[in-house]
Design a protein around this ligand. Structure first.
Ligand code: BYC
Length: 317
């Protein structure tokens, strides 16, 4: 970017980014920076909300009361994450309802991972261990993202995701150390969730259209492939520890790079799922639309109460 062509505002913005000073809602920001954040944060919020669905499926079937209470708490945390993130989107001038409508019409994306079904209890373990594990890998660097409200929201989200990851690993460990049937159930779930978990990090760096600019603006701190590699390096030893086999015959530790080499991802499957043709895409969006329609009266009642209270306060003052 040539210095002579940029305005004072842009220069100031770039200086703040370079100096690691957070951009706050009232600061001037380039329109594309704002749009990129609205896109990423709203899609992140949608993922948190849609992410409740595959887990909610197991609340009534959790194997005991403790598991059920923990699962309920986790699902409620995900709702909270969605709320922080929708609030962060609003600080950028976006309308919350419009971003939700974009999800319902298919204009906005949400994480591909939530379009896979949770068939057995072991799948709930995999969602915690692998899906929350991948989310942590992706989101810990977002605690240092350049936009203040997003960075601050991520601090709490990551603390809660760490608990989610551990509860998932505990479920999987219990199954892996259980009967032969339970171990087989855990292995089957790992076989189905491993590759979709790797896809969560997005297209390869060569194919990612947003990474370069997002890294320049310090919205993203690592590329998709870097994060994916970090996840593989952290997770393979965990699988080995509990006696499960990662479903990749080409998985080998590469001393030179200090990490695992692994097979190519099936990118056709990834794009099919992202473009709405995964196993559960239709079901997930239908569930969200139904929740919105059936919750209208709750929102109207809450708004009516807020208006009444504001009117009473005005009268009293
Ligand atoms: N699924 O240029 P790229 C969670 C889209 S975890 C669907 O690399 P970017 C949770 C991408 O949006 C999951 N779409 O984009 C965990 C873009 O399309 P648009 C949510 C994907 O933004 C446990 C296009 O592909 N986490 O919340 O630089 C329980 C090109 O990609 C995916 C976040 O959202 C995918 N996997 O990088 C409950 C974290 N990957 O927008 C909940 C924040 C890519 O141009 N987000 N696409 O139409 C990010 O870090 C980044 O947005 C991504 C993608 C790494 C996901």
């Amino acid at each position: 970017m040539k210095e002579v062509n940029i305005s004072d505002l842009e220069r100031k913005f770039e200086e703040r980014i370079a100096a690691e000073i957070r951009i706050e809602p009232n600061d001037w920001m380039p329109e594309n920076y704002r749009k990129t954040l609205i896109r990423q944060i709203s899609q992140h919020a949608h993922s948190e909300i849609v992410g409740q669905l595959p887990e909610g499926n197991w609340v009534t079937r959790a194997p005991n009361l403790r598991r059920k209470a923990v699962l309920l708490a986790k699902i409620q945390d995900e709702a909270g994450h969605g709320l922080y993130l929708y609030s962060a989107v609003e600080t950028l001038g976006a309308d919350r309802e419009e971003t939700i409508d974009d999800l319902h019409t298919g204009k906005a994306k949400y994480s591909s991972i939530f379009n896979y079904p949770t068939l057995t209890w072991a799948d709930i373990g995999m969602v915690g261990w692998l899906v929350d594990g991948a989310a942590i890998m992706n989101q810990v660097p977002l605690c240092r993202t350049s936009y203040g409200p997003y960075a601050r929201a991520m601090v709490r989200v990551c603390k809660e995701e760490s608990f989610h990851q551990r509860q998932g690993f505990e479920i999987v460990t219990t199954l892996a150390q259980g009967t032969a049937e339970q171990k087989a159930m855990a292995q089957d779930a790992l076989n189905r969730w491993w590759w979709p978990a790797l896809m969560m990090f997005g297209p390869s760096d060569a194919e990612s259209k947003h990474t370069e600019q997002s890294m320049r603006w310090k919205i993203k701190r690592h590329t998709n492939d870097e994060l994916r590699q970090m996840f593989v390096n952290a997770t393979v030893p965990q699988a080995e520890l509990i006696g499960l086999k990662v479903p990749d015959d080409n998985l080998t530790y590469n001393e030179e790079k200090g990490g695992y080499d692994f097979s190519d991802i099936d990118w056709d499957e990834f794009w099919q799922v992202v473009n709405g043709h995964g196993i559960c895409n239709k079901e997930r969006i239908e569930a969200r639309k139904k929740a919105k329609e059936e919750g209208i009266w709750v929102r109207e009642a809450a708004l009516a109460y807020a208006e009444k209270r504001a009117a009473r306060r005005k009268q009293a003052s």
